[in-house]
Design a protein around this ligand. Structure first.
Ligand SMILES: [Zn+2]
Length: 431
């Protein structure tokens, strides 16, 4: 199964090495064996040649925020279906949140998820441990034991950490393991009962809103706590211009804070809710055009380090109900690549920066392998055709759930081949 593979004719883009030029790759025994000028491996004895002409060859994309739903919610997604969606979307690794049932707040659940991932044999899976026992926000979870079992970060994502003292302890404790605390920044009192962004559109639609301040007061609090403790804080799904400004000034002071934005937040606005479509409901909610534009600028200047999907599968019965009662969240693993490539098309990101936001930075934030393609590194590679056009069809999505506001959209750009550890785990049908 570890046959030698040559990837030929492509444009290698590796921000960690500062490389963006035509280069061929030779993969052997799960690692990058050599990187040479085009044609160098023409006479090499290989098991397989991948034709990458007109394609980008990049370090495998890494999603540092998704929900795989297993254990407990297998009707929405499993580790197997979620990682099938991941590799089809060009992701070679995903970090999955702890809000499963049972919650991933113990080494036993962490090990269970890793066993499921090994059985599936698709994307690498990095479990994120719960910050608090049972996500109850009262006592720290068994972070040391989970760290031994393989977690790469802690988070109560799905829920905020209301108690500032608990957040302080989490930041202090996680600093001992050099892992980040991932912050679902939402003030529960300000957000209570809200179904969408609070603004002109929510008033017009008669829906209760979640104000931008619900996010910003927590981003502000947690930056202060990161600076107090020296812990590493990562802001999940930043959605408002105020959050961007807080992260920007914190970074300028040297605070240990990083941030991610999702494709839906930098693509859509709260106008998408106008049809009362449950697939436009997520938390944090879609915001205003000024917020979306601030996220795009922050991705361009590096204030926001990474693009993450917040892939959140739900069954259609949980979405095709009154907007107030619809579940929060959308699937994102199979649309993140083309939606983020739009930023390149619009000259907001250079291709090198695009790879940095989707691979190199997530690897650095989580402290995991990948994010670069030097000779010797693990052979997690995504071959991207940036020009390929395709339509988002529910029936073609690998995810068990189809809750996407992008159904029916024509996308440009897709992964044509995804390799994990030098093994082909996904190949798109090629025209
Ligand atoms: Zn969240």
């Amino acid at each position: 199964m570890n046959g030698t593979i040559a990837i030929e004719g492509g444009r290698l883009i590796d921000p960690a090495a500062g490389v963006d030029e035509p280069l061929d790759l030779l993969l052997e025994a799960g690692h990058v064996r050599a990187i040479e000028k085009p044609g160098a491996f023409r006479s090499a004895d290989v098991a397989r040649r991948i034709d990458a002409r007109k394609c980008w060859v990049v370090p495998g994309l890494i999603d540092l925020h998704c929900h795989l739903r297993e254990p407990g919610y297998e009707y929405k997604e499993t580790v197997a279906t979620g990682t099938a969606a991941a590799v089809a979307g060009g992701f070679t690794a995903v970090a999955c949140m702890a809000n499963t049932n049972p919650v991933n707040d113990s080494a036993a659940v962490t090990r269970f998820i890793l066993e499921r991932a090994a059985e599936a044999g698709l994307a690498r899976v990095y479990p994120i441990g719960a910050l608090s026992q049972g996500l109850a926000g009262e006592r720290l979870a068994e972070i040391a034991e989970m760290h031994d079992a393989g977690i790469v970060a802690v988070s109560d994502d799905g829920k905020p950490v209301a108690d500032a003292g608990l957040m302080r302890h989490a930041l202090e404790y996680c600093a001992m393991f050099s892992i980040p605390v991932i912050d679902h920044a939402e003030d529960p009192g300000l957000a209570a009962g809200g179904a969408m962004h609070e603004g002109r559109t929510s008033i017009r639609l008669g829906l209760k809103g979640i104000p931008a301040a619900a996010e910003e007061v927590m981003v502000s609090r947690d930056i202060a706590l990161a600076e107090l403790t020296g812990g590493r804080l990562h802001i999940a799904h930043a959605s408002t211009r105020g959050s961007v400004a807080l992260v920007r000034t914190a970074k300028a002071r040297g605070a240990r804070v990083t941030a991610e934005a999702t494709p839906h937040h930098f693509t859509l606005t709260d106008q998408a809710v106008a049809e009362y479509d449950g697939n436009a409901k997520m938390n944090p909610p879609l915001r205003e055009a000024e917020d979306r534009d601030a996220l795009r600028d922050a991705l361009a200047d590096g204030t926001i380090d990474a693009i993450a999907t917040d892939h959140a599968p739900h069954h259609r019965d949980e979405k095709e109900v009154e907007f107030d009662n619809a579940a929060f969240g959308i699937v994102g693993l199979e649309t993140a690549l083309p939606l983020s490539l739009r930023l390149v098309e619009e000259s907001l990101l250079k291709p090198l920066d695009w790879v940095r936001r989707l691979s190199t930075a997530p690897a650095e934030i989580l402290g995991v392998a990948g994010g670069t393609l030097n000779a010797g590194v693990v052979a997690d590679v995504t071959v991207v055709d940036p020009q390929a056009e395709w339509r988002v069809e529910a029936s073609a999505l690998k995810s068990r759930s189809k809750n996407s506001p992008f159904l029916g959209w024509t996308m440009k750009g897709r992964a044509i081949c995804t390799l994990v550890g030098g093994r082909i785990v996904y190949e798109a049908p090629r025209k």
